[in-house]
Design a protein around this ligand. Structure first.
Ligand SMILES: [Cu+2]
Length: 329
């Protein structure tokens, strides 16, 4: 299994506050700064010369029929926006955790090792299993092992299910799980985007980075809304695709609170799979909601060379970082 996401190790002591969102001018004053140079972009377009911090490419479909997944729960400092670090709770030291990919009928052989300071657990949305047996708390220094067989294809969320779940998700404990149908989908350029939120406050301990603001979480007021853990990283580093080629996007919404109204500016989705691939595909879709705790698979082709933003069309959320760019050449 090829990991899709690598979060750069950090030695940064973040003294930073949130990157200021685009400011609207006071009434009757002219704009003094140019907005993003792509319509609907909501963030300046960077360069494809360097890759984004988190590789968005989907891992290859599984070849083995037993998928061994061993995750260690670790506390780790991660980057959530340029110059903003966050003291996260993670699977494997990264946010989101590694993408898991299996095919219907495979056996997922899963081990969770808790290297952190409090109980954690694992909830696979693609599994049909008794939570009271499998999704139980694992104490610090302990581990759990269980197996399950994915029977429904689609794009799924996995997350820590330890109470309060909102806290464990907001602190970074989630990832995407792709279950391929027994008969493969047509070949395509495949990417994975996990949308999620960060609710931040500066810790009193200056050695610490940003950490969770529980009141902001309960008030549904995130500071950052991100794809794959970092605000506007794919606007800073657009994703190269080919003109006219089939693009398949696995979009999973970890939340913990905000629905993703997923949209690619300048494109229409030829097919959108809502779980249960391929029985329930919508055709000719401009925007589709990815529910919190859900995943959709989007297919499209970009008609001509150019830069195509992808966003949640809830534009306050795009302004807070849930925006990227597809660069078609
Ligand atoms: Cu947890």
């Amino acid at each position: 299994m090829r990991p899709v996401a690598v979060v750069a190790a950090l030695a940064v002591v973040a003294a930073c506050t949130a990157r200021p969102a685009a400011k609207a001018p006071a009434s009757r004053e002219p704009w003094t700064a140019a907005p993003a140079d792509v319509s609907h972009g909501e963030a300046p377009v960077g360069t494809t010369a360097a890759p984004a911090p988190v590789d968005p490419r989907a891992p290859e479909p599984a070849t083995a029929r037993t998928i061994r997944v061993r995750f260690e729960v670790k506390e780790a400092r991660v980057v959530i926006a340029p110059d903003v670090a966050y003291d996260a709770w993670t699977f494997e030291g990264r946010v989101p955790g590694p993408v898991v990919r299996a095919t219907v009928g495979d056996t997922v052989d899963f081990t969770l090792v808790n290297r952190a300071m409090m109980p954690h657990s694992m909830d696979f949305h693609a599994a049909q299993i008794a939570p009271s047996r499998a999704y139980v708390n694992v104490m610090p220094g302990d581990s759990i092992h269980y197996t399950w067989v994915p029977k429904v294809p689609g794009a799924f969320l996995y997350h820590c299910g330890t109470a309060p779940v909102a806290m464990h998700i907001a602190n970074g404990m989630y990832g995407a799980l792709i279950v391929d149908p027994a008969r493969p989908l047509p070949p395509a350029r495949e990417f994975v985007f996990v949308q999620s939120e960060f609710y931040t406050r500066k810790a009193a301990d200056t050695a610490r980075a940003q950490q969770l603001d529980w009141d902001k979480l309960l008030g549904l007021a995130p500071d950052y809304i991100v794809f794959n853990g970092q605000a506007h990283q794919y606007a800073d580093h657009p994703i190269r695709v080919g003109v006219g080629e089939l693009i398949r996007l696995y979009v999973v919404d970890a939340g913990p609170n905000r629905v993703s109204a997923f949209h690619v500016v300048g494109a229409i989705f030829s097919r959108v799979y809502v779980d249960a691939v391929p029985d329930h595909a919508w055709e000719g879709v401009q925007t589709a909601d990815v529910p919190v705790g859900g995943g959709l698979i989007f297919e499209t082709r970009l008609a001509e060379a150019g830069t195509y933003p992808f966003v949640t069309h809830a534009f306050a959320d795009a302004t807070k970082g849930a925006v990227g760019m597809l660069e078609a050449r």
